[in-house]
Ligand binder design. Structure first.
Ligand code: 4NP
Length: 165
């Protein structure tokens, strides 16, 4: 029998700036987990420090709102070493984010044995498996729509995989 990973108690969504993709993913994940009846702590952060303390990008707010996700109250923060101790699972929006997270984890691994599992956000998604959620920051409206589409699909795939556990 295939062993599935059971529902984590906490998930951190990570992108570069924490103002476009990961705050959107945070709210999508929170809503989908609630609908599925899963009790999971959900948060988001960025690998970069440029937008610490900022609200999500106006375009991300607008596109999220049009799909029923209210993200205007979220505040950007940078991922910290404590996140690797406090979260069960850290999901990276793209391959560069994953590499940056892996480097932080590697710097801690010699001294600690219980650190967050890392994965690409698309990992469980049969439609987008292995793909990045492309950075929309320098993009247009279609790019922000694509972010929502991919995030909804890949978040649902994680939740389905846990429900089957
Ligand atoms: P995010 O998008 O990683 O989805 O939040 C970006 C936001 C800001 C920048 C890059 C990506 N930036 O270079 O400031």
């Amino acid at each position: 029998m295939l062993m599935k990973t059971c529902t984590p108690s906490s998930v951190l969504l990570v992108c570069l700036g924490n103002i476009c993709r990961s705050p959107t993913a945070e709210e999508v994940f929170r809503q989908q987990a609630a609908i599925a009846g899963l009790s999971i702590k959900v948060d988001s952060a960025g690998t970069g420090d440029w937008h610490i303390g900022h609200a999500p990008d106006e375009r991300a707010q607008r596109h999220a709102k049009s799909h029923g996700y209210k993200i205007n109250k979220l505040v950007a923060r940078q991922v910290s070493t404590d996140d690797f101790r406090e979260f069960d699972l850290i999901l990276a929006m793209d391959a560069q984010n994953l590499a940056d997270l892996q480097a932080i984890k590697d710097s801690l691994a010699d001294t600690e044995d219980h650190l967050a599992k890392l994965a690409l956000f698309s990992e469980e998604d049969p439609t987008y498996s292995g793909d990045d959620v492309p950075d929309p920051y320098k993009g247009d409206s279609d790019d922000f729509e694509e972010v929502i589409e991919r995030i909804e699909s890949s978040a649902q795939a994680w939740i389905e995989s846990w429900k089957a556990c």
